[in-house]
Ligand binder design. Structure first.
Ligand code: NAD
Length: 350
């Protein structure tokens, strides 16, 4: 990353929702998901370089607001994100987000971006990149339980990165499944709307759970899970909010992003503190085994980690110059004399 000139630093490139959507269309959503998967995988390979901390969460009755910071020693980033399962009943989204990158040399921000769309893309790219390492070889059929805002992104990432082209869809709300099927027409999927989660499991080699409910839910029970499948469980991502029966965890090899965060927020919050898990960065780097046996159940207990957001922001920043899809934001005060902030204020009087 070339260092910006001091004068450039007063204006912060801002990627609006409109420009993010244009970027996705310009690149093509499946290509962008593959690119994001590559950026995330590259950053998982240099995992040890990063500052890591469980996200800073502020819980309230109806949801959570979180800050997710990290740095690779050259660039610092954070995401602001909420999770409010009740929001959709009021016409609002469950998850919204924005994020920022700054250069550690000066501490000045170098990009501010919408991240509601980008979070859906990066979550899906992470899930599929992980499945590339863990899912049974040649898997083509995925069950998807929970067909809300994340679902189409998940489906497309699994197609672009893993070659999944058959979807078995189930949601408590049939309207959500109908919406997902409608949105995914023309992308080359064979799609089946299922009457129950059990029905959705039939023939599925990969199972994605992506539901939103602020409780210990049991979306999957042990008897529903056959040997050899890969489970991509991403809906349980804060304390008191899980999707799987603990018996499934006992039968599975569990893979996580950052154990210190996942033990608080993931499916494994239901298990003892020393429950064994494998860190994905080690599988990717070749220092820990992934799937070792065709009958093994692999489970990605994905909660979303700051490094994935950092990678996604890093990718968007790499496209700014070439696409011009940003606005300059007058966000950082820029006095002629850096010690005369008050003088700058006085001179702005009309
Ligand atoms: P959403 O509210 O748009 O969709 C959730 C869907 O789940 C809804 O259609 C709802 O009807 C369905 N649902 C709820 N309970 C169900 C049940 N028992 N069986 C079947 N379907 C059920 O939410 P979203 O934006 O798609 O997010 C889904 C979940 O993923 C949320 O919990 C969110 O916090 C989480 N999430 C995780 C990550 C991550 O990185 N792990 C990232 C983004 C979102």
């Amino acid at each position: 990353m070339t260092a910006p000139k001091p004068s450039d630093l007063a204006f912060v490139p801002f990627v609006s929702v409109e420009n993010m959507m244009k970027l996705v269309h310009r690149i093509g959503i499946e290509q962008m998901l593959r690119d994001l998967g590559d950026y995330i995988e590259d950053d998982f390979r240099r995992w040890e370089l990063f500052d890591k901390t469980p996200r800073v969460a502020s819980h309230s009755r109806d949801g959570v607001i979180e800050l997710m910071p990290t740095s690779d020693g050259e660039v610092y980033g954070f995401k602001y994100v909420n999770g409010h399962p009740k929001n959709t009943r009021e016409g609002l989204q469950t998850v919204t987000a924005f994020g920022l990158l700054a250069t550690v040399d000066t501490g000045y921000p170098v990009m501010l971006s919408e991240m509601t769309v980008l979070t859906a893309l990066r979550t899906a790219a992470t899930s599929a990149m992980v499945a590339k390492h863990l899912a049974p070889k040649g898997a083509r059929t995925m069950a998807m339980i929970g067909n809300g805002a994340q679902s189409e992104f998940q489906a497309l990432a699994f197609k672009a990165i893993c070659g999944v082209d058959r979807l078995r869809l189930y949601d408590l709300d049939r309207g959500a499944t109908a919406k997902t099927i409608r949105n995914l027409q023309g992308f080359g999927f064979e799609m089946t709307s299922c009457d129950s989660p059990e029905d959705a499991m039939l023939g599925a080699e990969i199972i994605t759970t992506c539901t939103a409910d602020k409780q210990y839910a049991t979306i999957l029970t042990d008897n529903m899970i056959g040997s050899g499948v890969h489970i991509n469980a991403i809906g349980g991502d804060c304390p008191g909010k899980t999707e799987l029966h603990p018996d499934i965890l006992k039968r599975s090899t569990v893979f996580v992003e950052y154990p210190a965060q996942t033990r608080i927020e993931g499916e494994i919050q239901q298990m003892p503190a020393d429950f064994p898990v494998t860190e994905m960065w080690q599988v990717i780097g070749g220092t820990a085994p992934g799937r070792t046996d065709a009958r093994q159940i692999t489970l990605f207990d994905g909660v979303g980690f700051a490094i994935e957001d950092f990678s996604a922001l890093r990718y968007v920043r790499s496209k700014l110059e070439e696409t011009g899809l940003y606005q300059d934001l007058d966000m950082i005060a820029d006095p002629d004399d850096p010690r005369d902030l008050f003088g700058m204020l006085q001179r702005s009087k009309v």
